[in-house]
Design a protein around this ligand. Structure first.
Ligand code: UD1
Ligand code: MG
Length: 433
């Protein structure tokens, strides 16, 4: 009832801002309590890590028996069944850890009952878990049912709705700081209102799908999520001493157990993979990043940690939007003679692609961004192009690579991108904001 009246009041424009402003003093978490609960969080995360390490071998055969397995397409022995959807194990352990940890950040309110309980923050915290839980479930549904791409776009939007609703009720900021060169015209800040909510739900769609399409070699899915979550945790720690510390504190409470459980998963997913993470994990990981960015109020900064994924998405667009044919799998091609990976190819008739698209591909080919071969086939009307992923582009530039080496190179690239992200966020951003 209270919730309904708050929404109604807000829609009618009656000011409830002071009462529910999450920046009120009584919601501030004392630094001593923050550090104590973060220490408890780290201990619980370590337990979560060992739970994942122990559980995956126990349930692997159960998953295979239930038909949840995949073939490792970049190996000689393609017949071997590798358990799929192991993200379900790390996701479940993550959620159990978070449920057990639930009371800890609010512990001082239970002991010191004179201070008012922060219902608004608690609701935000609970809906974060609800959104992540929904995405874990939807990812699992995708693994089992092989959903169509249109559902993959709609489902993350739906899963983010509970969190956005609570963000709205809690008077979450929709104001952005205007860059210095534009301030003379627009002012110091700009309230973009509903556009900010659209941006946040798009963020959930982007994060989930961006990780899912930057995949296909052992350890890349879980490895990239580990680097991104470690970067987010570092950013939160740096910001912990600043004026928005409580937002970063709640983000840390979620990202540390995520990082720990993902490390457990990586242990089995790394080359040579004993387990595949499945869309269960890629969706769960993407949603976790979107959620921590929303509750941590750094939904723009988070994209800086996705630089390889953004590049991979942009590079993939001709295939994603079907300007160029897109095969079911775009992962690299395994060469059994050299035991190395090579760029995989998409083959199509030259006249099946529109002329302007072909012209763009020819220009990209001249600059070495794609490998386009024309005039193939008996009639010379066929052409091939490397599948447009960052993985294949790396192989194009570096030459054939062993799968494990390629994953290490791409994860190193992810780490270097995070370093660049910190450079953009701090020294460089200070010049513009
Ligand atoms: C996305 C990519 C697809 C890529 C696939 C690999 C797009 C549009 N889709 O599809 O190109 O091939 O991910 O995950 O870019 N696999 C391996 N080795 C690995 C990981 C996966 O061989 O290290 C294979 C296994 O057969 C596994 C399957 O990929 O069963 C999983 O593919 P799935 O996640 O269902 O593919 P999508 O997410 O639909
Ligand atoms: Mg996938």
């Amino acid at each position: 009832m209270e919730l309904v009246s708050i929404v109604t009041e807000k829609l009618l424009g009656i000011g409830v801002y002071d009462y529910y402003d999450v920046s009120c003093d009584h919601l501030l978490v004392p630094i001593k309590d923050m550090l104590l609960s973060l220490c408890i969080n780290v201990v619980m995360s370590v337990v979560g890590f060992s739970a994942v390490i122990r559980t995956i071998p126990l349930v692997s055969s159960m998953f295979i028996d239930a038909g949840l397995f995949g073939r490792d397409l970049c190996k000689k022995e393609r017949d071997k069944k590798v358990p799929e959807s192991m993200g379900m194990v790390s996701g479940s352990v993550f959620l159990i850890t978070m449920f057990l940890f639930l009371g800890v950040p609010f512990g001082h309110h239970f002991i010191n009952r004179s201070s008012p309980f922060p219902h608004a923050v608690f609701a935000e915290y609970l809906t974060s878990l609800l959104s992540i839980c929904c995405m874990l479930f939807l990812g699992f549904a995708d693994d089992v049912l092989n959903l169509k791409w249109r559902y993959k776009l709609v489902l993350p939007t739906l899963a983010s709705l509970p969190l956005l609703m609570v963000y709205y009720i809690n008077m979450g900021s929709t104001t952005v700081v205007v860059p210095k060169p534009l301030r003379a015209w627009i002012g110091l800040t700009l309230n973009i209102g509903p556009l900010y909510y659209i941006y946040m739900s798009m963020l959930a769609v982007f994060c989930t799908n961006a990780i899912n399409i930057y995949a296909g070699i052992n350890g890349l899915e879980s490895g990239q999520a580990i680097v991104i979550s470690a970067s987010v945790a570092t950013f939160n720690l740096v910001e912990l001493g600043c004026y928005q510390s409580k937002f970063h504190y709640f983000s840390l409470c979620l990202i540390i157990p995520f990082l720990a459980t993902s490390l457990g998963l990586y242990f089995y997913n790394r080359y040579p993979a004993k387990a595949f993470v499945g869309d269960t994990y890629t969706y769960f990981a993407g949603m976790t990043f979107a959620v921590v960015a929303i509750i941590g109020h750094f939904s723009k900064t988070v994209l800086l940690f996705f630089l390889p994924q953004i590049f991979n998405f942009l590079y993939s667009t001709p295939q994603l939007f079907h300007f160029v044919p897109c095969p079911r799998h775009r992962l690299p091609r395994y060469n059994p003679d050299s035991d190395k990976l090579e760029p995989s190819l998409a083959e199509f008739k030259t006249n099946a692609v529109r002329k302007p698209v072909l012209s763009v591909l020819r220009i990209l080919s001249r600059f070495g961004f794609v490998r386009l071969k024309e005039g193939l086939g008996e009639d010379g009307d066929m052409c091939t192009i490397n599948n447009l992923t960052l993985i294949n582009l790396a192989l194009l530039k570096l030459g054939p690579q062993n799968e494990g080496t390629l994953t290490s190179i791409l994860l190193l690239l992810q780490v270097l991108s995070s370093c660049l992200a910190f450079f953009i966020r701090y020294p460089l951003a200070d010049l513009f904001f």
